[in-house]
Design a protein. Structure first.
Ligand SMILES: NC(=O)c1ccc[n+]([C@@H]2O[C@H](COP(=O)([O-])OP(=O)(O)OC[C@H]3O[C@@H](n4cnc5c(N)ncnc54)[C@H](OP(=O)(O)O)[C@@H]3O)[C@@H](O)[C@H]2O)c1
Length: 240
């Protein structure tokens, strides 16, 4: 396999924009979906229109065995040049009312999924002595957000994981960083009260998935070769 980027959660929203941008940057793409290969049709089409190859994998990031099987089946002992861990969900509730299911689903998807998908491929990256790993965290993980104790914990956990891993694998020429979006227009934010959120954002607008993808592209390209263990915020000034 040539220069390949793996995008975990590539079928829609921010992950889809990232996949399409990395394809335009010249990467062949492996994109994942949780349940349905059909949800990858548009990103496959866009990747192929950019002249790159697309491989779709279907597994839930919560399922450690399924993730390992799919990824090992795809890459063998090799590893992609780039891994973007983008899969994420929110199950918002005040902590006092938060159900075990709401807690577990968010931690399993947002944080355990990082282990389940990145760890099986790390040895291959280390053996090759090159790679980029980007985790999509959140402004909520930087500051904490009421009603999102589970989500904030998972996204802060990703930041900790990125920083620790950056220390472990820097000598192997593997760069590990996080991107922390603010309020980006996707299905995840469709039901949030815009009128309450926009006044908190100095740029006074929501962000577009492509604006997150551009920063991921930078972190996967030559101009970021000396950036390690950082959190790049893409939030219109929401968090400074
Ligand atoms: N939108 C924002 O304002 C915002 C802000 C900060 C951070 N983020 C983060 O950005 C990332 C993308 O969010 P988005 O806004 O694009 O949301 P979205 O449109 O809801 O997309 C969520 C993505 O995660 C994948 N996913 C969810 N559960 C999964 C599972 N169990 N196994 C595999 N994949 C799973 C989905 O794949 P399927 O479609 O196949 O289920 C989808 O690709 C998330 O990590 C989110 O927390 C978003």
């Amino acid at each position: 396999m040539g220069k390949t980027a793996l995008v975990i959660g590539a079928g829609r929203g921010i992950g889809k924009a990232i996949a399409l941008r990395l394809a335009r940057d010249g990467f062949d793409l492996v994109g994942t979906a949780s349940r349905d290969a059909a949800s990858l049709a548009e990103v496959r089409k866009g990747t192929e229109e950019a002249g790159r190859r697309f491989t779709g994998l279907v597994f839930s990031v919560e399922d450690r065995a399924a993730a390992a099987e799919a990824l090992t089946g795809c890459f063998g002992e090799d590893a992609p040049e780039v891994i973007v861990y983008n899969a994420g969900i929110a199950r918002d509730n005040l902590f006092v009312f938060m159900s075990p299911e709401e807690w577990d689903a968010v931690i399993r998807t947002n944080l355990d999924g990082f282990y389940n998908t990145v760890q099986p491929l790390l040895m291959g990256m280390m053996a090759r002595r090159s790679g980029r790993i980007v985790a999509i965290s959140s402004a909520s993980g930087q500051t904490g957000q009421g009603g999102q104790v589970n989500y904030s914990a998972s996204k802060a956990g990703l930041i900790g994981a990125v920083k620790a891993l950056a220390r472990e694998v820097g000598r192997k020429n593997i760069l590990v960083n996080a991107v922390a979006p603010g309020f980006i227009e996707t299905a995840m934010t469709a039901d949030l009260p815009r009128e309450k959120i926009l006044p908190l954002i100095p740029l006074n607008r929501s962000g577009h998935p492509e604006e997150v993808a551009g920063v991921v592209s930078f972190l996967c390209g030559p101009d970021s070769a000396y950036i390690q263990g950082q959190v790049l915020a893409v939030n219109g000034g929401l968090v400074m």
